[in-house]
Ligand binder design. Structure first.
Ligand SMILES: Cc1cc2nc3c(=O)[nH]c(=O)nc-3n(C[C@H](O)[C@H](O)[C@H](O)COP(=O)(O)OP(=O)(O)OC[C@H]3O[C@@H](n4cnc5c(N)ncnc54)[C@H](O)[C@@H]3O)c2cc1C
Length: 501
């Protein structure tokens, strides 16, 4: 018996977007999430009155109808919105020698750079101009129109006049940010800044990051709005779930899929950890590429060479996390996002050297008890070597030291303010996000390969999420969900939805 038209494994943003759009297209969709909380790397959790983000917290365009954010386009056709609080600057980047406010407002951003390096600011302006021209070109086709099959061609032809705008930037689309930077920027301070901006986005520096990804970020920051969802990142997940259910989707939390069932290279459904079998002609895996091909499929389900090459996809490291509840007295001037680079002589990608800090209760007071702030700080940490043995607690404390040091740069007496302290390791990350080795995602550097599409060698089995094209980050995984959902319906159905934008 068939339980659904489509089974989605995982409620990360990729899985939720694919599931919700397919429900919107009229398919019967069943979404199985292993965790009791939906959202994957965007899920929120609460402790002692503090509401924390588990991962993502930097967003743009959530509350702007003109934003190019694919998530926004999906919410529009689902009939959902996310109330969000706009703010600027985006964050403060604290280098050993200077602190730079990162404004969405281009002029203010350039002026802040000019206060440190006037020549660097001039060079930066040239790079920014190229990014913004690419961003404006990207406006030509809404992401919601895109798909991952040959029907993309008639879709593109329909947008032909607008596509012409992209022509001057065609070269940039495949280019790395590093290649552009080499043409425009000599100033070492600004080169490090660009490396950092790329690293925060893709987990790789400028030469590993593709230009459209950063063009999108610069464009959204300066042409749309930097905003934070009221209720925290969980509000994004809630909005997608509301839309999904409104269009008939069924969500089962605490439902771990043990196996994707395949017969003669055709997908048949899934088997859950509790032994239950669910049948469907289409299964979409939002688990990572490594989890899908290691745990969810049998080695014999896919050609050996394909499996080996999928599993050889390089990974970005995992993370150390700190979630703190702190007293907020005297912190009235505190801002919400900070990035601290400890040592100028060390690479910014070195675990512990670059620390990200997010204090969203600065914008939304309901996220912490009165008079308090909730803090999330994280830094890269390799998974290898971590074990829950007798050394675990000691190692946890020692490896979180760089995060405390980073926080002291922003709130010098932070240690005296702590009322709640949670330290997470790569093991925590892998466990709660159900991700292979707790990885941030695939480290596919620009020029070395492309992120795989939603297709697999198994008929009826598709993949979405940050180890498929276009890559890591909430807007990107939302796009991956769109590409997959559209591929599974007739282009005419997509055209109908586009009328709603
Ligand atoms: C610390 C951190 C900070 C970040 N900051 C930002 C940011 O500020 N802005 C931004 O845009 N992006 C940010 N990102 C990146 C972004 O959050 C991710 O790229 C994106 O959310 C990943 O979404 P996904 O759809 O690939 O799936 P995931 O979020 O990985 O979700 C996959 C889901 O599948 C479920 N699952 C896996 N296996 C099974 C199974 N067998 N059965 C059932 N369910 C299963 C998991 O439980 C999980 O819920 C951040 C990421 C991290 C980790």
């Amino acid at each position: 018996m068939q339980q659904a038209d489509v089974i989605v494994i995982g409620s990360g943003i990729g899985g939720l977007v694919a599931g919700a759009l397919l429900a919107r297209y009229g398919k019967q969709v069943l979404l199985c999430e292993s965790h009791t909380i939906a959202g994957g790397a965007v899920h929120g959790f609460s402790r002692q009155g503090f509401h924390f983000d588990s991962g993502a917290s930097f967003y743009c365009g959530l509350s702007d109808p003109n934003s190019l954010n694919p998530l926004r386009q999906v919410l529009a056709v689902l009939g959902e919105t996310i109330p969000a609080i706009p703010y600027d600057p985006f964050g403060h980047y604290h280098f050993p020698d200077a602190t730079l406010p990162i404004y969405g407002d281009s002029e203010k951003y350039r002026a802040a750079i000019a206060a440190i390096t006037p020549q660097g600011a001039t060079e930066f302006a040239q790079l920014e101009k190229r990014f913004l021209s690419l961003y404006e070109g990207l406006r030509a086709i809404p992401t919601l129109a895109l798909r991952s099959d040959l029907n993309l061609i008639p879709t593109l032809i329909r947008y032909f006049p607008s596509l012409l705008k992209l022509l001057p930037n065609l070269g940039l689309i495949q280019s790395s940010v590093g290649a552009l930077m080499d043409q425009t920027i000599r100033d070492p301070w600004v080169r490090r800044l660009i490396d950092l901006e790329c690293f925060l986005l893709s987990g790789l520096k400028a030469h590993g990051t593709i230009a459209p990804e950063v063009a999108f970020m610069f464009g959204e920051r300066s042409r749309s709005v930097i905003d934070y969802p009221i209720g925290g990142s969980a509000a994004i997940v809630d909005a997608l779930i509301r839309g999904f259910k409104k269009w008939g989707g069924q969500l089962r939390l605490g439902t771990h899929v043990e196996q994707i069932l395949v017969e003669a290279t055709i997908v048949k459904g899934v088997r859950l950890r509790n032994g239950e079998t669910l049948n469907a002609p289409i299964v979409i895996s939002n688990a990572t590429i490594w989890d899908t091909y290691t745990h969810l499929l049998q080695p014999s389900d896919v050609p050996t060479a394909y499996r080996q090459s999928a599993l050889a996809t390089p990974t970005v490291d995992s993370f150390m996390h700190l979630h703190l509840g702190i007293r907020a007295d005297g912190l009235e001037a505190l801002t919400g996002h900070h990035v601290v680079v400890h040592d100028a002589d060390q690479d910014i990608t070195e675990p512990g050297n670059t620390c990200m800090i997010s204090i969203p209760s600065v914008w939304d007071k309901s996220l912490a008890p009165p008079g308090h702030h909730g803090v999330h700080a994280y830094t890269l940490e390799p998974y290898e070597g971590w074990m829950r043995d007798e050394q675990y607690e000691l190692k946890k404390r020692s490896r979180s030291h760089s995060l405390f040091r980073a926080l002291e740069r922003v709130i010098p007496d932070i240690r005296q303010r702590i009322v709640l302290e949670l330290i997470g390791t790569p093991l925590t990350h892998a466990r709660y996000l159900r991700r292979h080795q707790g990885t941030y995602g695939a480290a596919i550097a620009a020029g070395t390969g492309l992120f795989p599409s939603c297709h697999t060698p198994i008929s009826g089995l598709y993949r979405v999420g940050d180890s498929t094209t276009p890559g890591i980050g909430v807007p990107a995984v939302a796009a991956s969900g769109i590409l997959c959902a559209n591929t599974l319906v007739h282009p005419k159905q997509t055209l109908e939805l586009l009328k709603l934008l």
